[in-house]
Structure formats: structure tokens, C-alpha cells
Design a binder for this molecule. Structure first.
Ligand code: PLP
Length: 362
């Protein structure tokens, strides 16, 4: 009993020490961009004409094409590469995109990863984590129970504790996205960013500061930053709706809160707006976005954000992990995974279609 209490107190202390707020300076972000380059992709930007995904022109930053399908590996690699990872590896509570990113990063860097997931997590997510080599511990209950179990694991084993959005590494990783956007298209007039626990926007706000407008977008079902700004402090918020699996953090992170002076507005969009924007991204840009990934653009498409004439606006499309059927109308299971065609290029220069595709090539 006493031992358990000491363990719990230690876990809480570790968390407090881990989460002290530190925002990255520009040279640190530049360094991280270089360090991460062999592990994460420099994702493309695409300039969309007016009357396509929105009435006005907009540049999309397609983190949908990032490894594991979201921006999250930037933070996961930054966390692991900036730490002495113990033999016991790294541990996180996450049934979602951060768990996938952490499992991927841990495997790439040769560390063990243990991910505690609530029993409510979909089986595909759990399978995905296992395929990435993580040890998955399924915990009865919801996210808070998974978090408590992961804290106990940290106290028992000495593993490193990772957080989905509120460690300096999460923010540093997300800030590399800002630097990359600026390298690709210059400093925009405004950048639209979805907010869950706020690690992504904290990174972009730390990078752009007051050089460009940073606009927070949340779904009406997950208004965590919005409510905190209304209350003047982080508050617990009930979350739900279409985007809950990615934007459903109950409390805004300390790092996001520390960057609020650089966040110019906090906007809400409806689930209908998000769904419509997912369809528009598919229709006009053949981009598959999950609800949280489409939220930022939805604010522009549906008028919550109104740019001034001629403004250069960037919308971050930050995640692709969604059942394609909900976006394309193609029934589930009919979209086959892409297979890599490998051909021996050493001796010949040309092949017939039949040689490459077999009978289907005719
Ligand atoms: C696809 C996607 N978009 C946005 C977010 C929100 O990020 P943050 O919690 O850093 O605000 C998440 C978080 O998991 C996500 O997975």
C-alpha cells in the first residue's frame, strides 16, 4: 500500500518535471528539422485555386502524407531523439495517432514501446500498434484509466513517459512543420490549425510568433481551447462528435496555454462543415483527411474564418487516418493497399505491360 502510494507520487512528480513549459527558439527548430530529416517526410504544399476547396485561394500543407498518416511523428521523434531512453523503453497512453507515431519512432530508433490503450479503442488501431512492434496493454475503461495504468508502469519499470501533446518535444516537433511551411511558401499571412490538446498549434505559434496570424480551429464537440480562453484558464471540457478521436483532449495543454498571446483567434466548426470539407478535399485534391485533419480548412470553406482580399492563407491538413468509405463513398474494404512494384533494373531498360502487370495489363 505504502509502496503503491510512493510509486504514484513518483509518477506524478515525473509528470510535473516532464511537463514544465519550454517553447523552442528558432535555432532549436532549425536543428530539429535537420535531425528529423532522415525520419520524417518533408510533406508537399499544394496551392488550390479559388472555388475549389474554398471560395478563396489557399495553400494546403499535406501532413496526410506524413509517415503514419499524421503530423505526430515529428513530435515523437523529437521526444525520443532529445532523451536518454532507458532500457525499459518508452511508454504512452494513447489509442490514437500519437500511439502509432510513437510506436513507429521507437522502432525506427531501436527502443521498446509500450502503449496503454483503453478497451474502447477500435481493434484496427490496436492491431496497427502491434504491427509497428509496440507492446499493447489494453486497460478496462477510458483514457484516464489507460493514463493511470501507464503512470504505474513508468513508476514500476523506469520507462520513459511520453505525452501526446504537452511535452517540449511535442512542441519542438510541431514547430518543424512551421519552419517547413516557411521554407516552402514563405511566411504566410495566416495559418489555420486544428487544436486538440494544443501541441500542434503551440509548435506553429512558437515558430511564427507574431509574424503571421495563427488561427485555432476546433469542432463544436471538442472546444477545449475555446472554453479555456473564455474562462481565462485551462478548464476540463466534455468532448464528443465526429473529430473526438483526434481533437478530443479534455484539457488544453500547458504549452498551448503558454503560446496563447500568439494565437490570433479561436474558431469553431460544426461536424457537418467538417464532413463536407472532407468530401471537398477528396473531390478537388484527391486528399483523404480524417475529421480532425479537415477541421482547419473547414473554417475557411464555411466562413468561420474570413481572410482579407489577397491574403496568403495556409491550412494544415494534419491527418489521414480514416475509413475511406466515409470520405469517398466507396464501400469499406474495396480500397486495396498500395503495393510496391519492384523490378530488376540492372540488365534491361524496358518492359511490356504484360511483364509488369501480368494479365491485368492487357
Ligand atoms: C489528425 C490530428 N489532428 C489534430 C490533432 C490535434 O493535435 P494536438 O493535440 O497537438 O492539438 C491530433 C491529435 O491527436 C490529430 O491526431
Amino acid at each position: 500500500m505504502l509502496v503503491d502510494n510512493v510509486r504514484r507520487a513518483l509518477a506524478r512528480l515525473t509528470h510535473l518535471m516532464d511537463t514544465y513549459v519550454r517553447l523552442p527558439a528558432p535555432d532549436e527548430v532549425r536543428g530539429a528539422l535537420t535531425d528529423l530529416a532522415t525520419h520524417v517526410r518533408r510533406t508537399p504544399t499544394v496551392r488550390m485555386e479559388p472555388d475549389t476547396v474554398a471560395d478563396s485561394p489557399v495553400t494546403l500543407k499535406l501532413e496526410t502524407l506524413q509517415v503514419t498518416g499524421t503530423f505526430k511523428p515529428r513530435g515523437a521523434f523529437a521526444l525520443l531523439m532529445g532523451a536518454e531512453v532507458p532500457e525499459a523503453g518508452v511508454v504512452a497512453a494513447s489509442g490514437g495517432n500519437f500511439g502509432l507515431a510513437l510506436a513507429h519512432a521507437a522502432r525506427a530508433l531501436g527502443h521498446r514501446a509500450t502503449v496503454f490503450v483503453p478497451a474502447t479503442s477500435p481493434a484496427e488501431k490496436i492491431d496497427g500498434l502491434r504491427r509497428l512492434g509496440a507492446v499493447v496493454e489494453v486497460v478496462d475503461g477510458y483514457y484516464p484509466e489507460a493514463l493511470a495504468a501507464s503512470d504505474e508502469h513508468v513508476a514500476r519499470t523506469g520507462a520513459m513517459r511520453a505525452h501526446a501533446y504537452d511535452l517540449p518535444g511535442n512542441v519542438l516537433g510541431a514547430a518543424t512543420l512551421g519552419a517547413e511551411i516557411e521554407d516552402q511558401v514563405g511566411c504566410p499571412d495566416a495559418v489555420l490549425v486544428a487544436v486538440g490538446g494544443g501541441g500542434l498549434i503551440a509548435g506553429l505559434a512558437s515558430w511564427f510568433r507574431d509574424r503571421c496570424q495563427v488561427i485555432a480551429v476546433e469542432s463544436e464537440g471538442c472546444p477545449t481551447l475555446h472554453r479555456a480562453l473564455e474562462a481565462g484558464r485551462p478548464v476540463d471540457v466534455d468532448v464528443g462528435g465526429l473529430a473526438v478521436s483526434s481533437l478530443g483532449a479534455r484539457t488544453i495543454g500547458d504549452h498551448c496555454w503558454a503560446t496563447r498571446a500568439w494565437i490570433d483567434d479561436s474558431l469553431l466548426v460544426t461536424d457537418d462543415h467538417i464532413r463536407d470539407t472532407q468530401h471537398a478535399l477528396w473531390h478537388h485534391a484527391r486528399t483523404m483527411a480524417e475529421p480532425g485533419g479537415a477541421a482547419a480548412l473547414a473554417a475557411l470553406r464555411h466562413g468561420a474564418y474570413r481572410p482579407r482580399a489577397g491574403a496568403h492563407v495556409v491550412a494544415v491538413v494534419c491527418g489521414a487516418n480514416v475509413d475511406p468509405a466515409t470520405v469517398t463513398g466507396i464501400p469499406s474494404g474495396r480500397v486495396e493497399p498500395v503495393e510496391l512494384l519492384t523490378v530488376d533494373t540492372s540488365s534491361r531498360g524496358t518492359w511490356s505491360r504484360e511483364e509488369i502487370y501480368g494479365d491485368e495489363g492487357r
